[in-house]
Design a protein around this ligand. Sequence first.
Ligand code: PMT
Length: 402
Amino acid sequence: MLATLIHKRVVLGISGGIAAYKSADLVRRLRDAGAEVQVVMTAAAQQFITPLTMQALSGNPVHTELLNADAEAGMGHIELARWADLVLIAPASADVMARLAQGTANDLLTTLWLATRAKRAVAPAMNQQMWAAQVTQENVATLQAHGVTVFQPASGLQACGDVGAGRMLEAVELAQHCANLFQTGLLTGKRVVITAGPTREALDPVRYISNHSSGKMGFSLAEACIEAGAQVTLISGPVHIATPDRVQQIKVISALEMLAASQEAVALGCDVFMATAAVADYRPANIAEQKIKKVGDVISIELVKNPDIVATIAQLPNKPFMLGFAAETERVEDYARAKLHAKKLDMIACNDVSRTDIGFQSDDNAMTVFWHNGMKHLEKAPKAYIARTLVALCAKQLINHL
Ligand code: PMT
């Protein structure tokens, strides 16, 4: 199946060149592939195509100025740099590539390029002699050495009448190349089972005990695993997120249902089990058949312990590689290390759920990940980014597990 850009955020940088007209179609193709697009234009780009056109096509205001108080009050350059999953410059002129290779930060585009940790790519477009020039090729090599993907230009008749290499790739090809950038292949052929979201433990036909989990972390992991080439079963409690493309979702309500679904999914074959779900530790001992009436000022509810899903799976004879999560409000790392050992996990990712800017509900998270002989801090970043890093860490440790 073709790769998509669903839920991907692309900053499309446009520099000056006749190929800028193709960027209009590129925005459309990126959006068709599922991406959200923010456009940044250099001063030279605006000589070829208007910001208004790009605004209409992207559905977002176009960013042109670095030192503009109004723009910075909205989405400033650092926010844009953090927002992006991919910064693509298309067309990338010889001048902009020289500035990127040098680390010059003298306009909005080059500044956010330096400030981002997103994937970075350029689609060069220029006269064939300029493209062939030694200094341009040296700049290309420098950018590649910095981890930048260079979508090599095509050959053909150029706007200036020359024939040769230097034509920007067509929009449809570029959009597909961008989608392919997210396909890491780190878990190719692996079967991954993920638990996500909250569980609901019924008290009576209308009430339940639950928690604030939105499912975002687990769904982001599911997407990251798909990008890594895995076959993914996502067992989720009640959430309001659409099923990610190519993911098999099993919807459950309670911890007991989540356990049964997990056991069934693992029995069908599972190489990696990822437990992001916020499972209720206790459930009401009895579920009232009718709505509990308001009688007296105080009522007591007897709770019984739920089975521990991740610990149960970790006891299987051929257990998969086990990634657990730890949601803590104090002594976060101590408790996480204790859970790593107590639940017989291979890796645990802990987050501080007393913070309102990460953890439950938020689009961002920050985590510390522990495994038996290592650890890594993941700074605050969008959950999609954290998920990709976790997948890369798991893939690395999985090699030792086999
Ligand atoms: O869903 P979001 O809004 O995006 O929020 C993400 C998150 C905060 C829920 C997520 O990052 C997270 O921390 N998930 C783990 C929540 C949790 O229940 O942590 P815990 O420390 O109570 O449990 C430790 C581990 O045991 C977890 O992997 C949990 O899934 C698992 N567990 C717990 C209890 C139980 N009965 N069965 C389990 O499998």
